[in-house]
Design a protein around this ligand. Structure first.
Ligand code: ATP
Ligand code: MG
Length: 358
């Protein structure tokens, strides 16, 4: 019997609602399998906590989280707390503090009717973004000069270390091999305008592509990539991108797969020196929070990614099969997908499909 200790940070808004459903699925799986169980420890960190105690999480938060096998996060951010504070003091703190330098974001179309390109005959989309997650444009380096004067200047410096850039690209190439789909890695760049960071990025990508000769490579500027993702999404397999470019393009990807309600994510520390964290791409969506309107599939898919990472791929696949099955009955989905069901009804349905599949 393997028991996993999971830290649960539901966060704010719909994060709290979708987390319930993710946990429901894990409890269902452990009920059906005698060889796996989960101990959940809940942390009420987030914006409400900030408004009460003046901090997004405890000072020794990372120390506490270090002990777990994995972290599940709902979403953080809420009106009344500046986004850059909620992001920096919780999400970025964990990603950077635990060296979760890989952000994995699958973009897979489950039902062609969810794709905004359905009238163009697009039916097959199955790519995965490997986004650098700890440095790049989000390194937090910079400052304000001559603040408050007419000469005021804001500087935001990107940081690309060779160590991390190489590791991110290695991860992407290995993933392309493991997936064994198109056996291709696409690199997103902007070396015509960013003459230090992206020229460096291109150089490391070239070195790595020489190491993995069996994998096809291509390299596009970020503007062109966004166009190609719309024109021919089926030609992408693994896409490797910097923190900022990956952030933006994966929202575009989320739209291609039917919206943020489908967009799952994993923040991974591949060496397992620290726990990894699994969270949907979407935010706390304050205007639909507390109404049972949130689609829990992105959260449940993120839970699947956690099981994959914990080397329970068979269980992860069962979740994925259940999601694919659930998406077929359109009435029984949340309103973002045109259905009439509530958040918890969708969670219940996915659990009952898992149970039926045995
Ligand atoms: P944050 O600032 O925390 O990112 P946000 O207001 O930008 O929050 P997001 O959650 O990123 O909101 O999503 C933008 C919009 O997409 C939401 O306002 C909501 O309408 C929709 N949305 C996002 N996630 C979901 C979901 N799981 N189910 C249904 N709709 C969603
Ligand atoms: Mg947002």
């Amino acid at each position: 019997m393997k028991n996993y200790k999971i830290a649960v940070i539901p966060g704010d808004g719909i994060g709290i609602e979708v987390m319930q459903e993710g946990i429901k699925v894990l409890n269902t799986l452990s009920r059906l399998n005698n060889n796996i169980s989960f101990d959940f420890t809940w942390y009420d960190w987030g914006c409400e906590y900030y408004l009460k105690y003046g901090k997004m999480m405890d000072e020794d938060g990372l120390e506490k989280l270090k002990e777990y096998d994995a972290i599940l996060l709902g979403a953080v951010g809420f009106p009344g707390v500046a986004d850059h504070i909620s992001l920096r003091d919780l999400l970025l703190k964990i990603r950077q503090g635990f060296n979760q330098y890989i952000n994995l974001r699958p973009i897979k179309l489950l039902a062609s009717e969810d794709c905004p390109l359905k009238n163009k005959g697009v039916e097959h989309i199955d790519m995965v973004f490997v986004r650098e997650n700890t440095e790049g444009e989000y390194a937090g380096v910079g400052g304000i000069q001559k603040e408050g004067t007419k000469e005021e200047v804001a500087l935001q410096t990107s940081v690309f270390t060779r160590k991390t850039t190489e590791k991110v690209m290695d991860y992407a190439f290995k993933l392309a091999k493991e997936r064994n789909k198109l056996n291709k890695v696409t690199s997103v760049t902007k070396s015509n305008a960013l003459n230090y960071s992206m020229v460096f990025w291109d150089k490391v990508f070239k070195e790595k592509s020489d190491e993995y000769k069996e994998i096809e490579t291509e390299s596009f500027h970020v503007d062109a990539t966004s166009m190609y993702m719309l024109q021919r999404p089926e030609t992408f397999d693994v896409v490797v991108a910097s923190n900022l470019f990956g952030d933006i393009l994966t929202d575009l990807g989320a739209a291609l797969q039917g919206g943020l309600g489908f967009a799952a994510g994993a923040n991974i520390n591949p060496e397992k020196t620290y726990p990894s964290m699994f969270e949907p791409v979407h935010g706390s969506a304050p205007e639909i929070a507390g109404k049972g309107l949130a689609n829990p599939i992105a959260m449940i898919w993120s839970v699947k990614m956690m099981l994959d990472f914990l080397e329970h791929k068979e269980l992860g696949n069962r979740i994925m099969d259940a999601i694919v099955e659930a998406v077929k009955d359109r009435e029984k989905l949340t309103p973002d997908l045109g259905g009439k069901a509530t958040t918890s009804e969708v969670g219940d349905r996915i659990c009952s499909i898992i149970e039926k599949m045995g």
